[in-house]
Structures are given as structure tokens and as C-alpha cells.
Design a protein around this ligand. Structure first.
Ligand code: FAD
Ligand code: UQ1
Length: 420
């Protein structure tokens, strides 16, 4: 039986980064990684791929180049977790043993929960989704081929990763249609299951101004339940209606953000809370019941907005605390919920939201990030991919916390403090 000191399940943003960190600390030969994909995706780039700003191939790297050199990569799925026996079962039926387990499986996209999907993706060129490697390739052609009518963007009734992404693509599409003489023919509609445009007031205020000034329409408490590609109709449930009333919208363009959950194998495991997320202490990231298990990234129930930026900040916390547990010492690092969402509002414009568990802004730069800025657009488009590929994945980026503290040292005047 194979037995690893550290076993990592899932080598996305969080898993790959911590696998490299622990290969450094305990030796690569003691680290096992279970991950089925040959390729690693930089998903945050897909907003820009769908918006016609970046090429899809820039968001992909071979998994083999990113994982720890001396580590053992099991190119397969985890299908069962047994925390009592300290084993994870693979699709081939192998029971892999561990001393310490890090769960980093991310989220599963449940397109099949919407009637008519995913078939509509295969038959209707006007239906697209930036959340999936295949469907994101349809977004930019659909934007370019749009000749007018209803352009609908959806937000589902579950927690999702990057809560800003469903609207970022609307802004990029609107910007393109406006600059190409199509804007007057377009009804741009954001149908969201939520009751607000964004969970943090400061940034919601800025976004509402963008939406109003550019004539987009938002309908709250509208959840997509069905797509009929033959007649190009999208059916939404009114979440405020006690009778479950539905509303039908004709569409000429439809961008779908699917409902999400943790992968079935995680949801069906003993590791999760009642909602199906890996049950960790939100400050230490240690599992609440099993002290030799930690969770990182989108699959945990740490109550923050699920992003790669959050996973980056969690990397440093998990590193410190799991090392302490290994050394039989008290855990010293506390996660504050740091997360970030670069809200692109047009080509060349971005509101850089950064905040903690309580929705208090935690801005890195000593300027008001609630404003649309060209600098933040370039940070997202040109700087972040380098930080991700060359610093985060190999274990050298724990988020911008240290830079924030440096840049704010003695610099926060009353204005900035009032703004945040
Ligand atoms: P992932 O990176 O999703 O990795 C999970 C890994 O687990 C995958 O490799 C998967 O193959 C593997 N896995 C799944 N099931 C199993 C199993 N059973 N066994 C073994 N392995 C398994 N974040 C930002 O910070 N900024 C942004 O601007 C941003 N924009 C985004 C835009 C879009 C369109 C999307 C889709 C995401 C965006 N995100 C953004 C979110 C970001 O991509 C995720 O939050 C981040 O990737 C989470 O990392 P993770 O490690 O938890 O999960
Ligand atoms: C970040 O750290 C990160 O993880 C690598 C992202 O994911 C792509 C982000 O989008 C952002 C904004 C951050 C935060 C970094 C800075 C410099 C503000």
C-alpha cells in the first residue's frame, strides 16, 4: 500500500500551490497528488478569453510541468474518502494512505441541473458559458455574431466561484457592441438569483452606477431553470414568488453561469457539512473533526467569496498551520477571509474588489479601488497571469497581504480610511 506523508487531492489553483510548498518542506518523494486532468487551467483568464481579449491557449499549461518534480502524481480521480482509516480510494480501486490530507477539489459545474442544457451548448451557437473550457470558446464568436435583440446573462441560485464573472462578461460584451454600432439594437439583461449586484456595498455602489449609466437591465431573484434552443427561449423561476411562478425570455445571446456544488465524491464523503462543503475551521483551515486533514480553495465552507485570490491567501495559512500540526505545535496563522475580484467593466477599466469575511474592504493599493481604473485592468490582464504561473503555483505567492501592509504603512489618510 502506498503511503504518503502529505496527500493532495485536486491540483488546481490551491492544490498545486500547496503540493509544491510541502514538497519543499517534507521532500517531494513524500508528497502524493491525485488529479485526473492532463492540463491545468488558469480559469480567471476565461473572462478575457470570452471577451475576445486573450487566447484560450494562454490559459493552459501541462499539469506535469507544474507539479512537484519528485512528487508522485496519480493521474486519476479520488472516488472515496475514509478519514478513519486515513485513505483515499482512486478510480482504479487503489486505497492510498496518508499521514496528512489536503482536500482541494474545487467545484463541480452542474449544467445538467438546467433543463435543455448541456444540449443547447451543442446545438445553439448563441448559448455560451465562460465557466467551462469548451463552452468559453463559444462566447467571443457569439458576441461578434450578435445582431441585436435580447442578450441575457445569468447568475444561479448556489454559491459560485468568482461571483463577479457572470457580470464581467456582460460589461465586456456591452463595451464591444457599443464600440461596433450594435448597442442601440441590444437589450442587455442580467437575470440574477441574488438580491444585490455584489455582496460588498462599496463595490455594489460602483457597479450599480456602471449599469445605470450604460443602460443595462438587472432583474433580481430570477433563476434559470430551462433553455429551449429550438425557439431560443430561456425560462426563469421567480424566487420571490410563493407559487414558483416562471417567466419566459426570448434570447438572441445567452451567457449561462451554472449552479455549482462540490464534486459528488466530496459531497458524499464524511468530510462535509450539511451543505456539502468540506467542514474546516474558517481561521485555521483545519478540518473540524479530523485534525490531520486540511481544506483549501473553493471546496471548503470558509465563508468567503470563492476565488483564486482567496486560495492564494489560504496557501500561506495552511502552510504555517499544517507545519505546526506536523511538529506538534499550536497553529499560529489565522485566515481573515481575504478574497479579491477584479471586476472588469470594459476594455481598459477595472474595479479591484478586495475584502474579508465581514465584507470589509482590504485594499492592497493606497488609492480608492472602488473606482474604475486602467491600472487595475492591466494588473488583472498582464500582471496576474505571471504571478499565477510563476509564483503562486510553485508555492511562492500567499496573496498580496504583505504588500498591502507595506503600502499602507503610515499612508492611510482620513480619506482612504473613510472610503474603505
Ligand atoms: P480548481 O482550481 O478548480 O481546481 C480543482 C482541481 O481538482 C481540478 O484540477 C480538478 O481536476 C481536481 N479534481 C476535481 N475532482 C477531483 C477528484 N475527484 N479527484 C481528484 N481531483 C479532482 N479567481 C480570482 O481570484 N480572480 C478572478 O478574476 C477569477 N475569475 C474567474 C473567472 C472564471 C470564468 C472562472 C471559471 C473562475 C474565476 N476565478 C477567479 C475563480 C478561480 O478560478 C477559482 O476560485 C480557483 O481556481 C479555485 O481553486 P481550487 O484549487 O479550489 O479549485
Ligand atoms: C491574487 O492574488 C490572485 O491569485 C493569484 C488572483 O487570481 C487570479 C487575483 O485575481 C487577484 C486580484 C489577486 C490579488 C493580487 C493583487 C496584486 C491585488
Amino acid at each position: 500500500q502506498r503511503n504518503f506523508k502529505v496527500l493532495v487531492v485536486g491540483a488546481g489553483a490551491g492544490g498545486c500551490s500547496v503540493a509544491n510548498k510541502f514538497a519543499h518542506h517534507v521532500g517531494g518523494e513524500k508528497v502524493g497528488i491525485i488529479e485526473p486532468n492532463d492540463e491545468h487551467y488558469y480559469q480567471p483568464m476565461w473572462t478575457l478569453v470570452g471577451g475576445g481579449v486573450k487566447k484560450l491557449q494562454d490559459s493552459v499549461q501541462k499539469m506535469s510541468k507544474l507539479l512537484p518534480e519528485k512528487g508522485t502524481w496519480m493521474k486519476t480521480k479520488a472516488v472515496a474518502f475514509d478519514p478513519e482509516k486515513c485513505t483515499v480510494t482512486t478510480a482504479e480501486g487503489e486505497e492510498v494512505k496518508y499521514e496528512y490530507l489536503i482536500v482541494a477539489t474545487g467545484l463541480q459545474l452542474n449544467y445538467n441541473k438546467i433543463k435543455g442544457l448541456p444540449e443547447a451548448f451543442d446545438t445553439d451557437p448563441t448559448v455560451c458559458s465562460n465557466y467551462n473550457y469548451n463552452y468559453v470558446q463559444k462566447t467571443w464568436p457569439a458576441i461578434q455574431n450578435f445582431k441585436g435583440g435580447n442578450a441575457i446573462f445569468t447568475f444561479p441560485n448556489t454559491p459560485i466561484k468568482c461571483a463577479g464573472a457572470p457580470q464581467k462578461i456582460m460589461y465586456l460584451a456591452e463595451d464591444w457592441w457599443r464600440k461596433n454600432g450594435m448597442r442601440d439594437n441590444a437589450n442587455i439583461i442580467f437575470n440574477s438569483s441574488l438580491g444585490v449586484i455584489f455582496g460588498v456595498k462599496k463595490y455594489a455602489n460602483s457597479l450599480n452606477k456602471v449599469i445605470e449609466s450604460r443602460g443595462m437591465k438587472v432583474n433580481y431573484k430570477r433563476n434559470l431553470i430551462e433553455v429551449r434552443p429550438e425557439t431560443r427561449e430561456a425560462i426563469f423561476q421567480n424566487l420571490d414568488s410563493p407559487t414558483g411562478e416562471t417567466e419566459t425570455f426570448k434570447y438572441e445571446f445567452l451567457h449561462v453561469t451554472p449552479p455549482m456544488s462540490t464534486p459528488d465524491v466530496v459531497r458524499d464523503s464524511p468530510l462535509v457539512d450539511a451543505n456539502g462543503y468540506v467542514d474546516v475551521d474558517k481561521n485555521t483551515l483545519q478540518h473540524k473533526k479530523y485534525s490531520n486533514i486540511f481544506g483549501i480553495g473553493d471546496c471548503t465552507n470558509a465563508p468567503t467569496s470563492k476565488t483564486a485570490a482567496a486560495a492564494a491567501a489560504q496557501c500561506g495559512i495552511l502552510e504555517t498551520n499544517l507545519r505546526a500540526v506536523m511538529a506538534d505545535k499550536p497553529m499560529t496563522a489565522q485566515y481573515d477571509g481575504y478574497t479579491s475580484c477584479p471586476l472588469i467593466t470594459a476594455r481598459g477599466k477595472c474595479i479591484l474588489a478586495e475584502f474579508d469575511f465581514d465584507g470589509n474592504p482590504l485594499e492592497t493599493f493606497p488609492i480608492n479601488q472602488g473606482k474604475e481604473r486602467m491600472t487595475m485592468y492591466h494588473m488583472k490582464k498582464d500582471v496576474m497571469p505571471h504571478i499565477y504561473w510563476h509564483m503562486m503555483l510553485n508555492g511562492h505567492w500567499n496573496g498580496p497581504g504583505v504588500y498591502r501592509k507595506l503600502m499602507h504603512f503610515g499612508m492611510d489618510g482620513p480619506e482612504k480610511q473613510a472610503a474603505s
